[in-house]
Design a protein around this ligand. Structure first.
Ligand SMILES: [Zn+2]
Length: 488
C-alpha cells in the first residue's frame, strides 16, 4: 500500500509529533504499533537510563536528533511512536529499548560526519524495533563480574555496585548476527526512503571500527567498563561490506546524493567531548573534580574510566577498584561508613573482615578496612575499602584483587587530596569546534590544535574519517577538539 497523501492537517500533526512523539498514531494500514506494555516499561526505565548515562542533552541538538529520528520512524511506519534521547555520555553507544525509546550518546555523535550518518544509526536502531528483535544476554559489566565471580555474590546495594545495577541489562545485551544484518537492511531502506546518501550506513560503521581501534591503542581495552555500540552491535568488516554493497546495488554513489553536513555540524559545534567537568575529569592517571575540589593519581599500570556514578580503576595486575561517594556523613563515623561499604561489597560471601584503621592522608581523616573472602570457585580475594571524610562528606575506594595482591593500589589511596582554587580553575573540559579549512592548513597543522597531549594526528583523522593521506580541500568543514575556556 502506498503512503497516504500528506494533508495540511497531517503536516501539522507531524510537527506536533516531533515535540510530543507519544501522542499521534498515523492512520496507515502498514503502521506498526509499539505494544502499550513495552512503552510503559520503557517510559518507567527512561529516567534511570538517562541518569546512568550522565543526563539528557536537550536544546537544539536534542530537537535535531528527534526530528531526524521521527523522519526515520515515519518511513518505518512507526511515526509518532518513538522517543529519541541524546545522552550526555562519552561512551560511544546507541541502543533501542522495546517500546521504541532510542538513545544515542554524544560520544557517538562526535565520530559522525553528517546527518546521513545520524539517520543511518537511528534507522538501524529503529530496525531492531521493527524486527522485534529479542536481546540475548551478553557478558555483564566487568564490575558485576567481579561481584558475581570473584566474590561469588551479586550485591543489591546500588550505592556501591551501581554499575552492576539492573540497568546493566540495557546495554550489556547483544543481538544475533542475523538480527544485525536485518537491522542494517532496514537502516539502508530508510535512508533511501528519506533520500539520504546510502553509503552513510557503511561509513558510520567504518568510523565505529576506527574509533574502537584507536581507543584500544590510547587506553587499555580492559579499562573500558561500559560496553560500546560496537559491543552490543558487533561491527564486522562483513557488515561494512554488506551495507556498502546494498548502497551500490540501490544505485547510490559516494557523492550522490550529497551528504548533509552543515546542519549536522552546526548542532554539534561546541558539543562536550570526554568527561563532563561536572562529573570530574580524567587526564591520564589523574582524576580531578573541579566542583568537589578533590584529586587523586593512580600508579603507572593503572587506567581510569569515568562514569556519572563512579571512577572505575583497573590495573594490569588484576586489581579492580572504584572511587565513589559524596554523601554527607551526618552523625555516622567514618569507621562505620567503611564497614557498611565492605559488608555491601561482600554480601553473603564467606569472609573475614579486619579492624578499621584510622589515619590521616594529606590532612584528610581516613579509614582503611580489609577483608578476605572466598569466591565460589574457592579462590581467595582481598577487598579493601579506603574511606575519607572530605568536608563532612564520605568518599571511598573499594579495591578488589587476588589475596595479598592489593599493595600496588596503596599509593593511589595516599594521593587523595584537596584541589586548590587555582588548580580547580585549570580543570577544563573539551569540546568540538568546527573549523573551515584555509589555504595553509594541513592535517598536521589542524591536528596540532587538538586538546590532547598524545595521538593528535590519529585522533584528528579518526573523528573526521580521514583514512588516507588525502589533501584537505580549502573551505571544507572539519572537526577539531579544543579545551573549554578557563573559568574567570
Ligand atoms: Zn544493532
Amino acid at each position: 500500500m502506498t503512503k497516504p497523501k500528506r494533508t495540511i492537517i497531517n503536516s501539522l500533526l507531524f510537527v506536533t509529533t516531533c515535540l510530543a512523539p507519544m501522542v499521534f498514531f498515523p492512520m496507515n494500514a502498514n503502521a506498526q504499533f509499539v505494544k502499550a506494555a513495552d512503552r510503559a516499561s520503557a517510559m518507567k526505565q527512561h529516567p534511570q537510563v538517562v541518569e546512568e548515562f550522565g543526563g539528557a542533552i536537550e536544546g537544539p541538538l536534542g530537537v535535531y536528533v528527534s526530528t531526524i529520528g521521527e523522519k526515520t520512524a515515519k518511513v518505518a511506519n512507526l511515526g509518532g511512536q518513538c522517543k529519541f534521547t541524546v545522552l550526555n555520555s562519552d561512551v560511544v553507544n546507541a541502543f533501542a529499548v522495546p517500546g521504541c525509546y532510542i538513545y544515542v550518546t554524544r560520544g557517538l555523535l562526535t565520530i559522525m560526519n553528517s546527518e546521513d550518518e545520524l539517520a543511518a544509526v537511528l534507522g538501524h536502531e529503529i530496525g531492531h524495533i521493527e524486527g522485534k528483535h529479542s536481546l540475548k544476554r551478553q557478558q555483564k559489566s566487568t564490575w558485576a563480574t567481579i561481584g558475581a565471580i570473584a566474590v561469588g555474590i551479586a550485591t543489591k546495594n546500588q550505592d556501591i555496585m551501581n554499575t552492576a545495577g539492573q540497568l546493566a541489562q540495557v546495554y550489556t545485551l547483544s543481538y544475533s548476527r542475523e538480527q544485525e544484518h536485518q537491522s542494517d537492511d532496514f537502516g539502508v531502506k530508510h535512508l533511501q526512503a528519506n533520500k539520504y546518501n546510502l553509503f552513510a550506513a557503511s561509513d558510520v560503521m567504518a568510523a565505529l571500527g576506527a574509533q574502537e581501534t584507536l581507543d584500544a591503542r590510547v587506553s587499555s581495552r580492559e579499562a573500558r567498563q561500559i560496553p560500546t555500540w560496537a559491543r552490543s552491535h558487533p561491527v564486522t568488516s562483513e557488515r561494512v561490506a554488506r551495507t556498502s554493497a546494498a548502497a551500490t546495488k540501490a544505485g547510490a554513489t559516494r557523492t550522490s546524493p550529497p551528504k548533509i553536513i552543515t546542519p549536522f555540524f552546526n548542532v554539534i559545534n561546541g558539543l562536550r567531548v570526554g568527561d563532563d567537568p561536572e562529573q570530574g575529569i580524567i587526564n591520564g592517571r589523574v582524576f580531578a573534580h573541579p566542583t568537589m575540589k578533590i584529586t587523586f593519581e593512580a600508579p603507572s599500570g593503572f587506567s581510569l574510566t569515568n562514569s556519572p556514578q563512579a571512577v572505575q580503576i583497573q590495573s594490569s595486575s588484576g586489581i579492580s577498584a572504584q572511587f565513589t561517594g559524596g554523601g554527607a556523613l551526618n552523625n555516622e563515623s567514618l569507621e562505620n561508613y567503611a564497614k557498611r561499604v565492605i559488608k555491601a561489597t561482600i554480601g553473603q560471601a564467606n569472609a573475614q573482615i579486619g579492624t578499621p584503621r584510622a589515619s590521616t592522608v594529606n590532612n584528610l581523616p581516613a579509614v582503611s578496612l580489609l577483608a578476605r573472602a572466598q569466591s565460589q570457585s574457592g579462590k581467595l580475594v582481598d577487598i579493601g575499602v579506603f574511606a575519607y571524610n572530605i568536608n563532612g562528606k564520605a568518599f571511598n575506594f573499594t579495591i578488589i584483587g587476588p589475596a595479598g595482591g592489593l599493595e600496588a593500589s596503596y599509593p593511589m589511596t595516599q594521593s587523595m587530596r584537596i584541589l586548590s582554587d587555582a588548580e580547580a580553575a585549570k580543570v577544563r573540559g573539551r569540546k568540538i569546534e568546527i573549523v573551515s579549512v584555509s589555504k595553509n592548513d594541513t592535517v598536521e597543522s589542524l591536528a596540532a590544535r587538538m586538546a590532547y597531549s598524545d595521538y593528535q594526528v590519529e585522533r584528528f583523522k579518526m573523528i573526521n574519517a580521514i583514512t588516507s593521506d588525502r589533501a584537505l580541500v580549502v573551505g571544507e568543514k572539519l572537526k577539531i577538539v579544543t579545551f573549554d575556556n578557563i573559568k574567570k
